[in-house]
Design a protein around this ligand. Sequence first.
Ligand code: GLY
Length: 125
Amino acid sequence: MPEDELLELTQQLLESIATGDWETYQELCDPSLTAFEPEGRGHLIQGLEFHRFYFDLGAAEGPRVTTMASPKVRLMGDVAVVSYVRLVQSLNDAGAPVTSHYEETRVWQMQQARWQHVHFHRSPC
Ligand code: GLY
């Protein structure tokens, strides 16, 4: 089922972000990826260099669990939209568990028989 594959790829993408795995992130993304995310301060981010900055800082320390809550996959031919709330469980500076949460919409396009991530929008909720 393409829906299952898209959920797996999206989870893989989120894990690559959590672990600072630039190689996997880059493999899953089209080089012309566009994005709106809080770090862009309201500007449309184009390409991968902006995102690479955060990977180059290295993965955050401590345990981290990333969950897609209530994910929905909408397939439209060779394009798919995956929407969900991203929950990230981690520890704060005092060692207490905290959960951050973001509304995310990620767009994938089938390119030469493989799904590539082409756009996303992330908002705090
Ligand atoms: N900030 C990178 C991503 O959410 O894909």
